[in-house]
Design a protein around this ligand. Sequence first.
Ligand SMILES: *Cc1c(COP(=O)(O)O)cnc(C)c1O
Length: 449
Amino acid sequence: MDLFDDFNIRAKKYFADIQKNPVYPSPSSVGALQQLNVPLQEESLQADEVLNMLDAIGSPATVKSTGGRYFGFVTGGSLPAAMFAKLLATVWDQNTALPVMSPIAATLEEIAANWLLSVLGLPADAGVGFVTGATMANFTALASARHQLLMNEGWDVEAKGLFHAPEITVIVGDEVHVSLLKALTLVGFGRERIIRVPADDEGRIIVDKIPGTDAPTIICTQAGNVNTGNSDDINAICEQVKNKNTWVHVDAAFALWAAASPRYKYLLQGIEKADSWGADAHKWLNVPYDCGLVFVKNKEALVKAMSSAASYLPTSGMREPFQYVPEMSREARGVAVWAALKSLGRKGLAELIERHCSYAQQFAEQLRKAGYAILNKVVLNQVLVGFGDADTTQRVIKRVQEDGTCWCGGTVWQGKTAMRISVSSWAHTDEDIQQSIAAIIAAAEKECA
Ligand SMILES: *Cc1c(COP(=O)(O)O)cnc(C)c1O
């Protein structure tokens, strides 16, 4: 059979079965992966044999996060337009470093970048880079901040490095995402010299506790706490603390998309006053993995921080994708982002966000009505539920996961063990939500009886 047909049949079957299969793979499916763990053979295999093996052993061991009942980790689903666009881009196999290498990849990246700035209400002339995820987006933004703050001090960090450079004060909130701390260490700021500011019971920085300083300072704020979904008061932080020596960065991995919703953008009030933003397209925009986005108000700071001027690289006068990111060669991530935005439209994106937030409300209301504790203010798409003491809650989570109707993970929120429900896939239907709530309540009743 033709390989395209073969692929088509396999992919269609995966999708046809996705709502029937348990959301999480069975232990036996995961165990069967060891069948692939053999020494590499000498002889070549036909592509169809390789695909067959991958589908037969690999597909049953996948987490069905593209289906409608996965609520773990703010993973997001995969919009059909974005998924097929990415598949087509894989067929094209374009290198996105330079426009001369791929006019289509460079063009779509530029179009998608402009649409993103517009739909998110960010400054129209900000620099935009397409990276692997929010960790790299934050890293790239922080490198831009490092460039600009040290340039203001007369120090060219790209030329001279950080040794003997003027010091930069780095401030984070106590509920900072661990990956942001990693990004800070990668740009040379050192975990132990970072100043942590206390956060409130929703995970937001207590603005009055931010130390005032005239020294070069990076303040790392957060939009969308992974537990509560709530955001720092970025407007107040920019109004009260920002001066010419401070750079305000926003880690907005999933919540940046709320800026596209007239109903929820109040949570991000004032974000356009910040200097840089990191976000994920693979989370709430429902672009397939992987795709992160970095936005920097001062485009020149981004380009200077990422510059790798080399004489053999032609300059085209066009936007050159590699000048906005750490990588040189890479895949055409702009294609899937373009397709996601094109298929949703402005209204569709707002509706996606709003539908998920209203599903989160339904989870919270019905679980509360059934007698369980909702531990956060459900302002966005995140719900934290407690089922009694830590042990009971852990047992309920395990039972929910084993039942397979839906999948939710666990967390500890400010000392309390909780089940975390993240609503973030286009594929969720009203019925999925009702079935999942029923499955959670059934599991809780068995454990709490
Ligand atoms: C997911 C997340 C990250 C890390 O994003 P990756 O895409 O996994 O690199 C950073 N910050 C926040 C708030 C997140 O939710």
